[in-house]
Ligand binder design. Structure first.
Ligand code: PEP
Ligand code: MG
Length: 564
């Protein structure tokens, strides 16, 4: 049994096709005709652009526009004037071949991104290496493997699945993906989930363990895979596959239904999104609103701050798409480890305890005011609510409320419409916010619990440190008590309390959250129906009995034993 990261759920049973990366050999040689070399470079770039656009157009149909745009982004990355100029300058100055210059510049850029302690930005390193390899192949005239031609029941095995590789995937032929690299938020995982292909990622050494044609079974939810298993194991996986497929089919029955427990407690089941276009997916998946729009994505993948008009259009489009359903928009959660190069933030010793989110925004009112104005203006087009991230003291909330009140005054004078009852809430994700939840609840319009950070801050765990990763668990008594306290404090003041961290979709935690009285569950679009199914199977008084037992436990192990 091999174990990796559960990248995309589902059961895969099939035969291995290894996607080998070509052994690229770049000869070191000096050239005399630099002009000719630059022509070669330009011609390879042109071919790259045409091929990438073709692949992206194909992907529009197979996986959707959003993921195809990742690939289109490669064109911009390669044609970034800085990158192109650096490559040409190197050819001229060092008299090296176009391949050598491409290799050096793109590898250096990739390495720079790889060093940034942020998973999203590290992904850029994969992108640049993907672009580098494709460019070198174009310059050397090497043909790429055509994934679209693999036979039915294929399990793709690769070191990592790059966006360009995945372009050719026909989900009907590919039943599973196994890789040696990539995490839950890597492109391979995002694309695999978008195509609903089961995937187990980061399996150490898997490319050398398997041979083409080997039989493989994998479970993308548990992160397990087996190579050439015996008949009884194959039978077991076939049974698991049929149960999984039946469960998936049965989920359709929950579409269009209210999110209500067996005994009639109604909750809101909304979606987390990162880009305005994802609102459509939220509607298609039957989400009842947006519980978290992570606006920092609007600021990434570009080299300047989005203007008030650009942001206004983005927020307005989500509000309109959701047609009066609630849309909670979190203001910029950037800084610290989530670097945005053009903001010029300094590297910090302790980025998670540093200059991030609301701390950054309140010191850079010039940037924050643009966002707040865009939000207040967009509030005229739907049920937008503003959420403030990483709050640790009530002054931060008060300051945001003051800024919003000033903006409303301005808009009043300018004759621009907005929602006068615009709600401003707090993202509850620090232990400080939890301790003053009673105070915050008196001044916030709502709470949303960010368990991803709350777990880290409560347990004092740096997530990048494998030695202490075992402590990063929402099932720890300290974290569960924090969640319970936040919900109680919110309820006491009569405000809505939601949850937008990953825990909101955790089947083991949903009964507890219902017992604590959570009003709103914000999950990814693909988890809506599954979460509704679990909610529908719960009876609140039974959940309360369970919660009583759980809250008496003193260790994570005892808690997990009960929740399992
Ligand atoms: C959280 O911290 O739980 C959360 C939802 O926000 P993010 O993952 O963007 O920090
Ligand atoms: Mg957070």
């Amino acid at each position: 049994m091999y174990r990796g990261i559960a990248g995309s759920e589902g059961i895969g049973i099939g035969n291995v096709v290894i996607i080998e990366e070509h052994q690229i050999i770049i000869e070191t040689k000096t050239i005399t005709d630099t002009e000719d070399e630059i022509k070669k470079l330009q011609s390879a770039i042109e071919k790259f652009v045409i091929a990438t656009n073709d692949m992206a157009d194909k992907m529009d149909e197979t996986v959707g526009k959003k993921d195809a745009d990742i690939l289109r982004g490669h064109i911009q990355m390669l044609q970034d004037p800085m990158i192109e100029e650096q490559i040409s300058a190197l050819i001229v100055a060092e008299k090296v071949t176009a391949e050598m210059a491409v290799n050096q510049v793109l590898e250096q850029t990739a390495e720079m991104f790889a060093q940034i302690p942020d998973e999203l930005l590290q992904q850029r390193a994969t992108d640049f290496r993907d672009i580098k390899l494709r460019m070198i192949k174009l310059l050397q005239g090497v043909e790429d493997v055509d994934i679209s031609q693999v036979p039915a029941d294929t399990v793709l095995v690769a070191r990592d699945l790059t966006p360009s590789m995945t372009a050719g995937i026909n989900p009907e032929n590919i039943v599973g993906i196994l890789t040696e690299a990539g995490g839950k938020t890597s492109h391979s995982a995002i694309l695999a989930r978008a195509m609903e292909i089961p995937a187990v990622l980061s399996v150490p050494g898997i490319c050398s363990i398997v041979k083409n044609g080997d039989k493989v079974v994998l479970d993308g939810a548990s992160g397990e895979a087996m190579v050439n298993p015996d008949e009884s194991i194959i039978k077991q996986f076939e049974e698991r596959l049929s149960v999984y497929q039946k469960e998936k089919e049965l989920l359709v029955e929950y579409a269009g239904k209210p999110s209500v427990t067996k005994d009639g407690t109604k909750v809101e089941l909304v979606c987390n999104i990162g880009k305005p276009e994802e609102a459509k997916k939220a509607v298609e998946s039957d989400g009842e609103g947006i519980g978290l729009f992570r606006t920092e994505f609007l600021f990434m993948d570009r080299d300047n701050i989005p203007t008030e008009e650009e942001q206004f259009e983005a927020y307005k489009s989500v509000a309109e798409e959701m047609k009066g359903k609630p849309v909670i928009i979190r203001t910029l959660d950037i800084g610290g480890d989530k670097a945005i190069p053009y903001l010029g933030l300094e590297k910090e010793e302790n980025p998670f305890l540093g200059f991030r989110a609301i701390r950054f925004c309140l010191q850079r009112e010039d940037i924050y005011k643009i966002q707040l104005r865009a939000l207040v203006r967009a509030s005229a087009y739907g049920k937008i609510k503003i959420m403030v991230p990483l709050v640790t003291c009530v002054d931060e909330l008060r300051k945001v409320k003051e800024m919003v009140a000033d903006i409303m005054n301005e808009l009043e004078h300018e004759g621009i419409s907005y929602n006068k009852n615009l709600e401003i809430g707090v993202m509850m994700e620090t232990s400080a916010a939890c301790m003053i939840a009673d105070v915050l609840a008196k001044e916030a319009s709502f709470f949303s619990i960010g368990t991803n950070d709350l777990t880290g801050y409560t347990m004092a765990v740096d997530r990048g440190n494998a030695k202490v990763a075992y402590l990063y668990s929402t099932y720890q008594p300290a974290v569960l008590r924090s969640i319970k306290r936040i919900i109680e404090c919110g309820k006491r003041e009569g405000i809505m309390v939601g949850m937008c961290g990953e825990a909101a979709a955790d089947p083991k935690l949903i009964p507890l959250l219902l017992a604590f009285g959570l009003d709103e569950f914000s999950v990814s679009a693909t988890s809506v129906l599954k979460t509704r199914k679990i909610i529908s199977s719960c009876d609140v008084s039974e959940c309360q009995e369970l919660a009583e037992k759980v809250m008496e436990c003193t260790t994570e192990e005892e808690i997990l034993n009960i929740l399992k």
